[in-house]
Design a protein around this ligand. Structure first.
Ligand SMILES: Nc1ncnc2c1ncn2[C@@H]1O[C@H](COP(=O)(O)OP(=O)(O)OP(=O)(O)O)[C@@H](O)[C@H]1O
Ligand SMILES: [Mg+2]
Length: 269
């Protein structure tokens, strides 16, 4: 059997508090993401989803357990190793406006990591950025414009393009469609699916809404108060949930799902 792309074993993360005991955000969590696979990480607010994403990105200190990426232990990767890893692991957040610098033109923001790492010369950098923009359905003209000039859906496309610029093998998607209305959600979810098919990228796809991840994820991992209460292939978990908590999440799915609302339209205004 080939090794998974990402393997998380018995991971524990605690946030210190000024007074009293630290908050245990993750308590012995294990999961794997195979090459080119999508794992949906679901759970209610405060269950530890973002903390898990942050641990993978090296943004929170790990209290116990390990994170292995492509056979390499990255649990406590230092700054230099992290920089190197940033070409392989990227992230898309919920709020693209907060994550795109409002005073920089898009082209500059997207070219920045390539420039910092001195991977390509200016011309090749521009080509790489344009290629990423085209992959998310945006024209090269976007390069000289600013985040405020775009709609929420377009900004999320730009944030996805920024993740693609480095040609990562894993993208941590933390509630990437939660701020969008239903028809835009459907478009962006379709885009994620197309990108995976074209590029073979793997996703850890975080959402509080099981209805969203069910269309995307090969496997589901259900978090409750920092622990995994259920995991497995999406279809069986969705159709025959074992944990009461999973049953409740399924019951909480809104009646109109994004896919039903807008099957496969690709453009937006
Ligand atoms: N920086 C922090 N300092 C202290 N506690 C934190 C911090 N970040 C998160 N927590 C706590 O850790 C737990 C898990 O939070 P986390 O943000 O990972 O949950 P989540 O599942 O992403 O929730 P949401 O759906 O609201 O985004 C919560 O109890 C939260 O209050
Ligand atoms: Mg979160």
């Amino acid at each position: 059997m080939t090794e998974p792309l990402l393997s998380i074993d018995d991971l524990t993360v605690r946030y210190p508090r000024r007074r009293g005991e630290p908050v245990t955000a993750l308590d012995g969590v294990s999961l794997t993401v195979g090459h080119g696979r999508t794992v949906g990480l679901v759970g209610e607010s405060g269950s530890g989803k973002s903390t898990l994403g942050k641990a993978i990105l090296g943004l929170v200190p790990v209290g116990g357990g390990s994170i292995t990426f492509d056979g390499r232990d990255i649990t406590r990767a230092g700054r230099r190793e992290r920089r190197e890893l940033s070409s392989q692991i990227q992230v898309v957040f919920q709020d693209p406006y907060g994550s795109l610098n409002p005073v920089k033109p898009i082209g500059r923001t997207l070219g920045e990591p390539l420039r910092v790492q001195r991977i390509l010369d200016a011309r090749a950098r521009r080509d790489r950025v344009v290629e990423a923009l085209e992959r998310v359905g945006l024209p090269a003209a976007v390069l000289d414009r600013y985040p405020a000039e775009f709609s929420g859906g377009q900004r999320q496309r730009i944030a996805i393009a920024r993740a693609l610029v480095m040609r990562p093998r894993l993208i941590v998607c933390d509630e990437p469609v939660s701020a969008l209305d239903l028809s835009l959600q459907a478009q962006i979810l379709n885009l994620f699916n197309e990108l995976r098919a074209d590029l073979g990228v793997a996703y850890l796809f975080i959402s509080h809404d099981l209805g969203v991840v069910r269309y995307l994820a090969d496997d589901l991992v259900v978090l409750y108060h920092g622990s995994v209460v259920e995991s497995g292939a999406t279809q069986p978990v969705y159709e025959r949930p074992r944990a009461d908590y999973t049953k409740r999440l399924i019951a909480a799915i809104p009646q109109t799902t994004p896919q039903e609302k807008a099957p496969s339209c690709k453009s937006e205004s």
